[in-house]
Design a protein around this ligand. Structure first.
Ligand code: FAD
Ligand code: UDP
Length: 376
């Protein structure tokens, strides 16, 4: 007899939602995670009263009402709106590219003047843009490309803009209105009290074993459960036998400062080539600089973010969904489909760059599929 209906490997957002729903539908669930904390990459830790986003800044945004209604059962969200500032050699510009940016760059005042300026500068690109540089110039012109895009992108991707695909830049909004909201999303915010608290609420009443690497104890853990929901890296599950999937890596340098306000904004992008970091996050501004009781916080915590080349064994951050890696993933997926007991899910299990809302959607879809199977 299995002790549990489900073993969930990984207590990140995907695993926590699946575990919650399974448990709510009367199933017995054990969650294991190799880290010493729950919540995977959305883990926040309270330091000096500030919820520090330990694995990179996370801003929740979605257009999916079902996802929003679901996740707000586990946390109340604040009104945070992502409005990063770009710092180019000490000159500050509003992001994403909008009338505030165009006014600062060219002194233009009306949308018509801004459109004319962009039109004049994009003329140098004829035909369909062939790479990121051409795409960027054709979207916003050369001045903005040189000051706000080129250096940042080359630092972030470690490659020349002429060698990068055009689509990377297409998702950045370009607006002829005075609107600094980075996301075109209906719902946006940060869970009050931190993401960790939200995941704690999801996992309430469910047995969780931390510091437990599933792959190191696979046989004994498998023996405990009827089914396994695995949210770790798919290639690791199969012992990397077909090769290693690549990731983009980021390194964070955290610093606590004895001042109340370092940069006056949650995110400042450093868009010149010379500054070694891509951006600085000042965590307290995700929650308006206040502690839980609404008091101003005397200190601040910042994280400098460096983009680095990923090597096997590093923390996997962003999947590199290029043709080569997607092909390898497809091979692993075939192996995964033949596993009778394990289901693969989440950002690492499916090797997909899921934002949080897509992760939630994917986890709820699996719940639905499992529920239907259970009913029959
Ligand atoms: P994870 O959070 O990676 O969880 C997987 C868990 O499995 C981990 O806890 C891991 O320790 C565990 N695990 C792995 N292998 C094993 C094993 N062998 N045994 C036991 N446990 C194991 N999304 C947004 O919507 N907005 C943002 O602003 C945003 N910013 C991001 C910034 C960065 C730097 C990154 C990397 C991602 C960002 N995302 C953002 C995406 C977001 O982090 C993901 O959508 C979400 O965290 C995915 O959840 P998950 O459960 O699939 O994966
Ligand atoms: N980008 C840029 N300057 C900025 C911010 C973004 O050139 O100040 C470019 C960069 O190429 C980046 C892309 O726009 O890869 C998409 O930005 P986004 O913030 O969506 O990227 P993420 O950090 O989520 O990968």
């Amino acid at each position: 007899m299995n002790k549990y209906d489900y073993l969930v490997v990984g207590s990140g957002l995907y695993g926590a939602i699946f575990a919650h729903e399974a448990s709510a539908h009367g199933k017995t669930v054990l969650v294991v995670d190799k880290r010493q904390n729950i919540a995977g990459n959305i883990y926040t830790e309270s330091i000096e009263g500030i919820n520090v986003h330990k694995y990179g800044a996370h801003i929740f945004h979605t257009n999916n009402k079902k996802v929003w209604n679901y996740i707000t059962q586990f946390a109340e969200f604040n009104r945070f709106t992502n409005s990063p500032v770009a710092n180019y050699k000490g000159e500050l510009y509003s992001l994403p590219f909008n009338m505030y940016t165009f006014n600062k760059m060219w002194g233009v005042v009306t949308p018509e003047e801004a459109a004319a300026k962009i039109e004049e500068q994009r003329k140098e690109i004829s035909g369909e843009p062939q790479n990121l540089e051409e795409q960027a110039i054709s979207l916003v012109g050369r001045d903005i490309y040189e000051k706000l895009i080129k250096g940042y992108t080359e630092k972030q991707w470690g490659r020349d803009c002429k060698e990068l695909p055009a689509f990377i830049i297409k998702r950045l909004p370009v607006r002829l209105t005075f609107d600094n909201n980075y996301f075109n999303a209906l719902y946006q915010g940060i869970p009050i009290g931190g993401y960790t608290k939200m995941v704690e609420n999801l996992l309430d009443g469910i047995e969780v074993r931390l510091n437990t690497d599933y792959l190191e104890h696979k046989a004994e853990l498998d023996a405990l459960a009827g089914k396994v929901v695995y949210t770790g890296p798919i290639d690791a599950y199969f012992g990397f036998k077909l090769g290693t999937l690549e990731y983009r890596s980021v390194r964070f340098e955290n610093e606590t400062l004895d001042i109340p306000n370092f940069q006056g904004n949650a995110a400042v992008n450093y868009t010149d080539r010379e500054t070694p970091w891509t951006r600085i996050i000042e965590h307290k501004w995700f929650e308006f600089g206040k502690d839980e009781d609404g008091n101003d916080l005397p200190k601040t915590i910042i994280s400098r973010e460096y983009s680095s080349e990923w090597k096997a064994g590093d923390e996997p951050y962003y999947p590199v969904n290029d043709a080569k890696n997607n092909k390898l993933y497809a091979e692993y997926k075939k192996l995964a489909n033949n596993e009778s007991k394990a289901i693969f899910g989440g950002r690492l299990g499916e090797y997909k760059y899921y934002d949080m809302d897509k992760t939630i959607e994917a986890a709820l879809n699996l719940c639905e599929r499992m529920h239907l199977t259970d009913e029959r």
